[in-house]
Design a protein around this ligand. Structure first.
Ligand SMILES: Cc1cc2nc3c(=O)[nH]c(=O)nc-3n(C[C@H](O)[C@H](O)[C@H](O)COP(=O)(O)OP(=O)(O)OC[C@H]3O[C@@H](n4cnc5c(N)ncnc54)[C@H](O)[C@@H]3O)c2cc1C
Ligand SMILES: NC(=O)c1ccc[n+]([C@@H]2O[C@H](COP(=O)([O-])OP(=O)(O)OC[C@H]3O[C@@H](n4cnc5c(N)ncnc54)[C@H](O)[C@@H]3O)[C@@H](O)[C@H]2O)c1
Length: 473
């Protein structure tokens, strides 16, 4: 077997692996990149990109339906589901060259398209070659969990790997799981003309600030998405055609298609981690603060495989941490207190740092929370999108977290994410001059609300102002 010696061997060419490989090779390291499936991984092929493209099409449909509020005649959109899927495929194709084998070979990586398997603590086999590396980076991502619901093995179901390939519009889509995948797909399919029922065992968007999640759920329900919370599925049965779910309270829900969006499991099977002496558990590779395996110092893990939150931007952040150590030989540790996330429903729900409840648990009475409402934001009013709010969590005068729910909350979050990341003083956020009228002003306004009682409800200040006014010429 041919032996390949390299500095860094990256397993998995998704968001995390590609970022490590691109950075390392451009800084002068020798890099071998191994990918068993499609270049670009989940985000490009079965995650962020197709879901956001589908959401964009669904927004276009919702705009047509809802345009009467602007005085522009509303119409029921003629949705060509197959053409929508062509649009989704077109968006993937437009981005794919950036993640392609050709691009990475052009940068100087050796790209092997095969399944990688460790055969020893410092060697991997793939594509008929043995790769011996100074450092390995496990970036193998995650896959949909299929919960052990009785009957599931006998019913046809979709996951994120298959749902974007559907060319026929599902008449009635049942979605198992009310997390971000479930809720984004629920609204998109509803807007494109499907009936949609979400079955959630606990609380839909249960990781999010409860008040913000309630704004999203109310909007989805108003559009006709049925959301059943606190309802485990007891049994699934195939119909011809379709599927039937029996819920915990005995209700029977029938649909034509079933999408399983009940969480993710890391993709570590078949990787030979035992041969490499890499400790791992159900959450992922067991790593320290530098994302280094606790049991094999040659091995790092990034992205979903590292066992924490699962986001493309987090995988990219991880890549930087690994590059610092494995390429430059410098120390680096991950921070977890400044990672943002957005659920791309309409309204969007965006979070950076801890939610209010999490921040209260951390800082107790030393936490102060100030907020502003979108109905006081003139741009939101102009867009007829005045639902929602921004909350800023403040401890020791600094911005430690923020929640935004409302129009374009993901974009509105950007300066708040900077404030949390840079541990900025709330006064800096309140003092920034932003263009009027913008949605982003809501973050400044929420920060300003922190000072409002001290400025506007302060009897001593009122006395001082009266004195100053007497003395002023
Ligand atoms: C429907 C959906 C929507 C999402 N939307 C968003 C979003 O809007 N924003 C966001 O930030 N995140 C989103 N995510 C999450 C995001 O896609 C993941 O967090 C991200 O892709 C993780 O990157 P990764 O590099 O860890 O893994 P992946 O991108 O999954 O890449 C892993 C790669 O490793 C390969 N691989 C696995 N095992 C081996 C092996 N043994 N040998 C060789 N190759 C192997 C796989 O084929 C795959 O290509 C979404 C996910 C889903 C499912
Ligand atoms: N916009 C984004 O950034 C985005 C979008 C989609 C996915 N993602 C990433 O992908 C990850 C996975 O998303 P997800 O929505 O699949 O997972 P999730 O774990 O966030 O949500 C799954 C939901 O399914 C429910 N559930 C599990 N088993 C069930 C059962 N048997 N019956 C009923 N309900 C059940 C859970 O209670 C949970 O609310 C997310 O955590 C996120 O990191 C991100």
């Amino acid at each position: 077997m041919e032996e390949l010696r390299t500095d860094i061997c990256v397993i998995g060419a998704g968001s995390g692996g590609l970022s490590v490989a691109a950075g390392a090779v451009q800084m002068g390291a020798r890099v071998v990149l191994i990918e068993a499936g499609e270049m670009g991984g989940d985000c490009l092929n079965a995650g962020c990109v197709p879901s956001k493209a589908l959401i964009a099409a669904a927004e276009a449909a919702a705009m047509q339906r809802g345009s009467a509020r602007f005085g522009v005649g509303a119409v029921e959109p003629a949705v060509d589901f197959g053409a929508v899927k062509d649009h989704v495929a077109g968006v993937i194709a437009a981005i794919a060259p950036v993640d392609s084998q050709e691009r990475f070979e052009g940068l100087g990586c050796t790209v092997i398209r095969d399944w990688a398997r460790f055969v020893s603590p410092r060697a991997v086999e793939a594509g008929g070659r043995r790769i011996v590396a100074r450092r390995f980076v496990i970036a193998t991502g995650s896959r949909a969990v299929v919960p052990p619901v009785p009957g599931i093995e006998a019913v046809p179901y979709l996951t994120n790997e298959t749902v974007f390939g559907l060319r026929e519009r599902p008449e009635h889509l049942l979605i198992l799981g009310g997390g971000p995948i479930g809720m984004e797909m629920a609204q998109a399919h509803r807007r494109l003309g499907s009936a949609v029922t979400v079955i959630e065992g606990a609380r839909a968007l249960g990781r999010e600030d409860a008040e913000a999640a309630a704004v999203v759920l109310a909007a989805l329900r108003a559009e006709g998405v049925e959301i059943r919370e606190g309802q485990g599925v007891m049994r699934l049965q195939a119909l011809s055609p379709g599927v039937e779910a029996v819920l915990a309270d005995g209700t029977v829900v029938k649909g034509t298609h079933l999408l399983v969006a009940a969480g993710r499991k890391v993709a570590l099977e078949g990787l030979g981690l035992e041969a490499a002496g890499v400790a791992h558990d159900a959450r992922g590779v067991t790593v320290g603060a530098g994302l280094r395996s606790v049991s094999n110092r040659r091995v790092y893990a990034v992205g979903d495989a590292a066992g924490g939150a699962q986001f493309t931007h987090l995988a990219g952040y991880h890549a930087g941490i690994v590059i610092r150590q494995a390429v430059l030989g410098l120390p680096a540790r991950v921070r977890g207190d400044h990672i943002p996330r957005v659920t791309y429903t309409e309204p969007e729900l965006a979070q950076v740092g801890p939610t209010e409840a999490e921040a209260r648990a951390l800082w107790g009475d030393r936490l102060s929370v100030s907020r502003a409402e979108f109905h006081h934001n003139d741009r939101a009013q102009a867009m007829r999108a005045g639902e929602g709010f921004a909350k800023v969590m403040i401890a020791r005068g600094r911005v430690v977290g923020a929640t935004v729910v409302g129009p374009h909350a993901g974009e509105v979050l950007a300066p708040l994410a900077l404030a949390v990341s840079a541990r900025m003083k709330v006064s800096a956020l309140a003092g920034v001059v932003l263009p009027y009228p913008t949605l982003a002003e809501i973050g400044k306004r929420a920060a300003g609300a922190h000072f409002a009682p001290k400025l506007f409800e302060n009897p001593r200040l009122k006395q001082v102002v009266r004195l100053v006014q007497r003395w002023l010429p």
